[in-house]
Design a protein around this ligand. Structure first.
Ligand SMILES: *Cc1c(COP(=O)(O)O)cnc(C)c1O
Length: 403
C-alpha cells in the first residue's frame, strides 16, 4: 500500500500537470467593491455580493444585536433544540419574499439542494435536469435513487422527449430541475417554456435561483417573479450567501414541501442550524432589499455599462443576460494569463478553464455589484484593454465585426 500523503501528492501533481492547481486567494480586507490581496488594493470583480449587502451597517448591527440576545451558536440541529423563534421568523419572511406558502432554511445553498432532491425524490420518481445545472444539483441528484433524465442546456425539444420517456417509464413524481441563472455564462433559464412543458406532462418544476435572487424580479424576488410564474413552480431553492450577503440556503414552496424536508431532508436533520447572527442579518437583508430598491437598479446600470464597455473593446461576452459577464478567451491557460495580467493592473477577476467550462471556452468571469462606482468600472475596463494589449489577444471590436 502506498503512503497516504505521498499518494495524495501524486494526485496533486496530476492537477498541477493539468494546470488545475490554484492556491487559495486570501483577502486582507472585507469583501467589497475593492479588496486587498497580498498588500495590493484591487477592484473586485470576483464576488457574488451583487447588492453590496454583506457590509451594510443594518446587517452588521443585526448580527451584533442577535448575538447579544441569542448567543453565538444555536447549539443543536433544528429537529432537536436548534429552532429558535428567529429561525422561524426568517422562514416566514422568505415565504413572503418568494410568494409561497412556506419556506425552510438550510445551512447553505449547497445543502438546500441536497436536502430537497434527496428529500422529495425516491426510487419511484424521476428527475429531469439541465446538463449545465450547478454542481450542488448534480450532487443532490446523486443522493437520490430517483431515475435520472438529462437534457442538453436549454434544449426544449429534448426536455419534451425526456418528459415523455419519464411518463412512459411510469414514474410517480417527476421533477424538472433548472438553475434560474446559469453561473458560468450568466444566461437566464427559459422558465416559461420549461414550466409549460412540465405542466403539459404533469411534472413539477424546481428552480435554483442562487444567482437570480436579488438580481431578477421585483425587489430581487428572482426568476419566478421575473417571468410572472407565481404558483406554477413547486420549489424555489435559493441561497442567502450571494445577493443576500450572508450565509445559508432555503427552499420555498408549499407547507407539504416544508414538512417533507423537515422529516426527510438529511442535511436539515443531521447538521446544526444557523447561528443567530446569521439569521438576523438575513432578515435585515430582506428588509434592505425592500427599502432600498435603488441597489438593484444600480446593479443593472453597472452591469449594462460594464458589459457595453467590454464588448466595445472587442471582448467576447458569450450569451450573458445578467451581471455574470464572462470574458471568453479560449484555452484555460489564456484565461489564467488574462486573470494574472489583470491582477498586475489592479483588477481581481478569476480565470476559469476546463473542466469547469468547455475546453475552448476558458474565460475570466466578472461580476459587477451595486457597490462599484463608475470610476472603478472605468479603471477596470482600462485594465482589460491594457491586459489584452500586453497579451496580444485577438479582439473584435464592434466596427471590425460588422465589416
Ligand atoms: C452558489 C450556488 C449554490 C450554492 O450556494 P451556497 O449558499 O454557496 O452553498 C447552489 N446553486 C447554485 C446555482 C449556485 O450558484
Amino acid at each position: 500500500m502506498t503512503d497516504f500523503n505521498s499518494s495524495l501528492a501524486e494526485e496533486l501533481d496530476q492537477l498541477r500537470a493539468e494546470g488545475r492547481f490554484r492556491p487559495l486567494v486570501v483577502l486582507q480586507s472585507a469583501q467589497d467593491a475593492e479588496v486587498v490581496i497580498e498588500g495590493q488594493r484591487l477592484i473586485n470583480l470576483s464576488s457574488n455580493n451583487y447588492l453590496g449587502l454583506n457590509t451594510h451597517p443594518r446587517l452588521e448591527e443585526a448580527a451584533i444585536l442577535a448575538t447579544r440576545k441569542w448567543g453565538a451558536g444555536s447549539g443543536a440541529v433544528r429537529t432537536i433544540a436548534g429552532t429558535m423563534a428567529i429561525h422561524e421568523e426568517l422562514e416566514q419572511r422568505l415565504a413572503e419574499f418568494k410568494g409561497t406558502e412556506a419556506a425552510l432554511t438550510l445551512q447553505s445553498g449547497y445543502t438546500a439542494n441536497l436536502a430537497v432532491l434527496g428529500g422529495v425524490l425516491g426510487e419511484a420518481d424521476a428527475v429531469v435536469s439541465d446538463a449545465l445545472n450547478h454542481a450542488s444539483i448534480i450532487d443532490g441528484i446523486r443522493l437520490t435513487k430517483a431515475h435520472r433524465y438529462l437534457f442538453p442546456h436549454r434544449d426544449m425539444g429534448a426536455l419534451e422527449g425526456r418528459l415523455e420517456e419519464a411518463r412512459r417509464d411510469g414514474r410517480r413524481r417527476v421533477l424538472v430541475v433548472t438553475d434560474g441563472v446559469f453561473s458560468m455564462d450568466g444566461d437566464i433559464a427559459p422558465l416559461p417554456e420549461i414550466v409549460a412543458r412540465a405542466e403539459a406532462a404533469g411534472a413539477a418544476v424546481m428552480v435554483d435561483d442562487a444567482h437570480g435572487s436579488g438580481v431578477l424580479g421585483r425587489n430581487g424576488r428572482g426568476s419566478v417573479d421575473h417571468f410572472h410564474l407565481e404558483g406554477r413552480v413547486a420549489i424555489q431553492v435559493g441561497t442567502l450567501s450571494k445577493a443576500i450577503g450572508v450565509l445559508g440556503g432555503y427552499a420555498a414552496g408549499s407547507q407539504e414541501l416544508r414538512d417533507t424536508l423537515i422529516h426527510l431532508g438529511r442535511p436539515f436533520l443531521f447538521s446544526t442550524s444557523h447561528p443567530p447572527a446569521v439569521v438576523a442579518s438575513c432578515i435585515a437583508a430582506l428588509e434592505v432589499m425592500q427599502e432600498e430598491p435603488e441597489r438593484q437598479e444600480r446593479l443593472w446600470e453597472n452591469t449594462r455599462y460594464f458589459k457595453a464597455g467590454l464588448e466595445g473593446l472587442g471582448f467576447d461576452c458569450g450569451h450573458s443576460e445578467t451581471p455574470i459577464t464572462p470574458v471568453i478567451v479560449g484555452e484555460a491557460s489564456s484565461a489564467m494569463a488574462l486573470s494574472d495580467e489583470l491582477r498586475r493592473r489592479g483588477v481581481f477577476a478569476q480565470g476559469l478553464g476546463f473542466p469547469t467550462v468547455p475546453k475552448d471556452k476558458g474565460r475570466v468571469r466578472t461580476i459587477v455589484t451595486a457597490s462599484h462606482s463608475r470610476e472603478q468600472l472605468d479603471r477596470a475596463l482600462e485594465a482589460f484593454a491594457g491586459a489584452a494589449g500586453a497579451l496580444g489577444l485577438d479582439l473584435h471590436p464592434a466596427e471590425a465585426r460588422s465589416a
